[in-house]
Design a protein around this ligand. Structure first.
Ligand code: XIL
Length: 342
């Protein structure tokens, strides 16, 4: 039997992918055939975010989430549900709420409804997503502003009560960086000090080929692991393109000329960059294997390069190559290097 990601790492950690809407709807038949061979974990890329699953207060679109659970169950794949409390992809009716009481009511109903419905059906929840600023302080989201500093503990407490059989995680990007990492440690410790359950932390892992912060990643695995929780890499992809907006996502609609300037690999990825991507992925997986006792899951943020959000973020219309499968679903050099890292 040919080596796959799933069977190569089966004794080490779960191997996951994000699933986009056409994949969950089973319209992407190539992905549907590939995923169960290569992956034993999936995260819905968008369909369980508040704006999609809870578009009007009290009206839920459970259909696609239920479909995802059925597909995963049939293929012996675990679902990481993503995500309960996040400042982004929030429906407009939530962003318009003024009073603390109304925000509290939404917060409680949203967590209770989703966490209880999928308890025992999903393996884990990203309970809170991206609550930290780069300096480690709490982001001034509507939840912080209306509910105060304890909202993260409150979210985990509600999730624990509603989903006693589900793993509960905090998820964020750049938390391998020292200041933000210290903030994440403080978040975890505060939850634990309140006697509330947190099972793991998700490091998103949106990095850039040639600039992967290996040392900080290793320190983070050790430091988070020492808190007695599992470490997950939850949205792994390695962009081959620079970030022209330097993290400022305010204006993603750029001119065609601007996009061309920042779309240098439209005609294909040069061999040197293919090698760089492969060696970065190989080194990352060697690091993951070295610390496999602390790592619960490594999830890629998409199946193939054509399906990656990084073609459209932080500017639209670029041609990126951040994943292990090319646009035809063929394994890239990076795929083979990941398999060989074992
Ligand atoms: C992204 C999706 O990939 C896109 O399709 C969507 O338009 C925006 O969100 N951090 C997260 C993910 O936690 O939910 C984001 O996913 C990427 C950044």
């Amino acid at each position: 039997e040919a080596a796959t990601l799933r069977n190569t790492f089966k004794d080490d950690f779960l191997i996951g992918t994000a699933m986009n809407t056409p994949q969950i709807e089973q319209r992407d038949t190539k992905a549907a055939a590939l995923i169960p061979k290569q992956f034993d974990a999936v995260t819905p890329e968008n369909i369980m975010k508040a704006e999609e699953i809870h578009p009007q207060w009290g009206t839920y679109n459970f259909g696609l989430a239920d479909k995802l659970v059925a597909y995963a169950t049939a293929n012996n794949i675990r679902v990481n549900a993503h995500t309960l409390i996040w400042h982004s992809q929030l429906p407009a009716y939530v962003r318009r709420l003024q009073s603390a009481d109304s925000v509290r009511q939404f917060f409680t109903e949203h967590i209770n409804t989703l966490a209880s419905r999928y308890d025992g059906k999903v393996y884990s929840w990203d309970v809170v997503n991206e609550a930290l600023n780069e300096d480690g302080t709490l982001r001034k989201s509507i939840f912080l502003q209306k509910l105060g500093d304890d909202y993260i503990v409150d979210a985990f407490r509600l999730a624990q009560q509603a989903a006693p059989h589900t793993q509960l995680y905090y998820n964020d990007y750049n938390i391998e960086q020292p200041k933000k990492r210290a903030g994440a440690v403080a978040v975890v410790q505060k939850i634990q000090a309140a006697g509330v359950r947190i099972d793991g932390i998700g490091i998103q892992g949106h990095w850039r080929a040639g600039h992967v912060p290996f040392d900080e990643i290793e320190k983070s695995i050790v430091e988070f692991g020492a808190l007695g929780i599992k470490v997950m890499f939850t949205e792994l992809d390695l962009s081959v393109l620079p970030n022209p907006l330097n993290g400022n996502t305010a204006d993603v609609n750029q001119t065609a000329a601007y996009n061309a300037q920042y779309n240098p690999f439209a005609a294909g990825l040069p061999d040197s960059m293919q090698q760089q991507l492969a060696s970065d992925y190989e080194q990352l997986f060697k690091l993951f294997l070295k610390h496999k006792d602390k790592i619960g899951r490594v999830t890629f943020w998409g199946v193939n390069d054509g399906q990656s959000w990084l073609n459209n973020w932080p500017v639209r219309g670029r041609t990126n190559y951040p994943l292990l499968f090319d646009r035809q679903f063929a394994p890239k050099l990076a795929y083979y290097k990941v398999i060989e890292s074992k």
